[in-house]
Ligand binder design. Structure first.
Ligand code: FES
Length: 352
C-alpha cells in the first residue's frame, strides 16, 4: 500500500541548467518500505496556495542488492510553469524535509541475463539509468544498448553517470547519443529521433530480433514513434515496455459511452471497503478520494499508474491510458483516475 513519509534531503546536485538530482535519506525504520525495483518512481507532494500538488520522479540510483536502500536519488527536470519542478529547482535545499510516497511503477527490469535495449528522450534517461546500472552490476551475462536523444550536450541529464557506465562496462554497454540541435562529430547521428530514423538506425546498431526487452521512455511522440518502429521491425508487443513523461492535452482520445444517471463505486483500499455515489462527471478516483483521502494517485493524467486498481465488478470507460501494459488491462486492471462508470455499480480493489 502506497504511503507518504517525510524524508530529509541529503544532497542537491545540479545536472544541467534546468535539472537537478535530489538525494533523500531513508531512516532505518522506513527502509523496508522504500525497497524499490530499478525503474520505479516516487511521488512527491506539497501544498501551495491551499492546493495539494503531487508529481512523480523516477529513481536514478541503482537498486541495492539484497539490502533495503538507505538513500534514494531522483532526477527532476524543470517543466515550464511546472508547480513542483520550479520549487524543486529554485527552493529545495540540503536538510529540507519532503513528503515522499513509497516507490511505485511497473516500468522495471529485474536483473536477468540477456540482451536489452532502451530508447530514451530527455529526462526519460532517469529510470533507465537505474535499470542499466543495476543490471550491468548484477548480471555479468547481460548486455545493454542505450539510444538517447536530447537537444544539446549541455542539456543532457546524467552525462557523467552514463559515461562512467561506458568506461566500466565497455564490452557490455553500447551507447548512442543523438542530439537534435547540435552538430556532432562526423559519423554520429544528429536530428530528431522519429519512427523513420529509428527504423533505419536500430537494425544497424544491434540484432533487433535477439533483444529480450525494450525500454522506451520520454515524451509521448518519441515513445510512440519508437514503438511503431519496433513493431514494424517485427518485435513482439510483450517485449516492449514504455513509460511516457509528458502527454499533450490534445493527444488523449476520449471514447464516449453512455453513462448511467446514478452509479455507485465500491472500493477496497488497505483492507477496508466502502460504497459511495459517483457524482456527475467525476472519475472513480475522485469519488474514492472524497471519502478516503489515502487513495493512491500522483499524476491524475493516466501516465504514472499509481492509481491502478482491479475491476472486480461492473464496467468502466477509461479516457486515456499511458501507464498500463495491455496484459494488465486484459487481466482486469484499470486506472481509477481515468475511469468513469458505464454500469450502475462498479467495484474496485486497490489492494490487488
Ligand atoms: S494517478 Fe497517475 S495514472 Fe492515475
Amino acid at each position: 500500500m502506497a504511503r507518504f513519509h517525510r524524508l530529509r534531503v541529503a544532497a542537491v546536485d545540479r545536472l544541467t541548467d534546468d535539472s537537478v538530482a535530489l538525494t533523500l535519506t531513508v531512516p532505518p525504520h522506513l527502509r523496508e518500505e522504500y525497497r524499490y525495483a530499478p525503474g520505479q518512481h516516487l511521488a512527491l507532494r506539497r501544498s501551495a496556495d491551499g492546493e495539494e500538488i503531487r508529481r512523480t520522479y523516477s529513481i536514478c540510483s541503482p537498486a541495492p542488492d539484497g539490502e533495503a536502500p538507505s538513500t534514494l536519488r531522483v532526477g527532476v527536470r524543470l517543466v515550464e510553469g511546472g508547480a513542483f519542478s520550479t520549487y524543486a529547482l529554485k527552493e529545495i535545499d540540503l536538510g529540507d524535509e519532503l513528503e515522499v510516497m513509497t516507490p511505485a511503477g511497473r516500468f522495471t527490469l529485474p536483473p536477468a541475463p540477456g540482451r536489452y535495449a532502451a530508447v530514451v528522450g530527455g529526462s526519460g534517461i532517469t529510470p533507465v539509468l537505474s535499470i542499466v546500472s543495476t543490471l550491468l552490476a548484477r548480471e555479468p551475462e547481460a548486455r545493454f544498448c542505450l539510444i538517447r536523444s536530447d537537444r544539446t550536450a549541455a542539456s543532457t541529464m546524467f552525462l557523467e553517470e552514463v559515461a562512467d557506465l561506458k568506461d566500466r562496462y565497455p564490452e557490455r554497454f553500447q551507447l548512442v547519443t543523438v542530439l537534435s540541435r547540435e552538430e556532432q562529430q562526423a559519423g554520429l547521428p544528429s536530428g530528431r529521433l522519429d519512427q523513420e530514423r529509428l527504423a533505419g538506425l536500430l537494425p544497424a546498431l544491434l540484432p533487433v530480433e535477439q533483444v529480450d526487452g525494450w525500454f522506451l521512455c520520454g515524451p509521448y511522440g518519441l515513445v510512440e514513434g519508437a514503438e511503431r518502429a519496433l513493431r514494424g521491425l517485427g518485435v513482439a508487443r510483450s517485449r516492449i515496455h514504455q513509460e511516457i513523461f509528458h502527454v499533450d492535452a490534445g493527444t488523449a482520445s476520449v471514447t464516449t459511452a453512455p453513462a448511467p444517471a446514478h452509479s455507485t463505486v465500491t472500493a477496497r483500499l488497505d483492507g477496508r471497503g466502502g460504497t459511495w455515489p459517483v457524482r456527475a462527471g467525476e472519475s472513480l478516483l475522485d469519488t474514492v478520494l472524497r471519502n478516503r483521502s489515502d487513495a493512491p494517485y500522483a499524476c491524475k493524467g493516466g501516465v504514472c499508474g499509481t492509481c491502478r486498481a482491479f475491476l472486480v465488478a461492473g464496467e468502466v470507460r477509461m479516457e486515456r491510458n499511458y501507464a498500463l501494459e495491455s496484459e494488465e488491462t486484459e487481466a482486469g486492471y484499470v486506472l481509477a483516475c481515468q475511469s468513469r462508470p458505464v454500469t450502475e455499480t462498479v467495484e474496485l480493489d486497490f489492494d490487488r
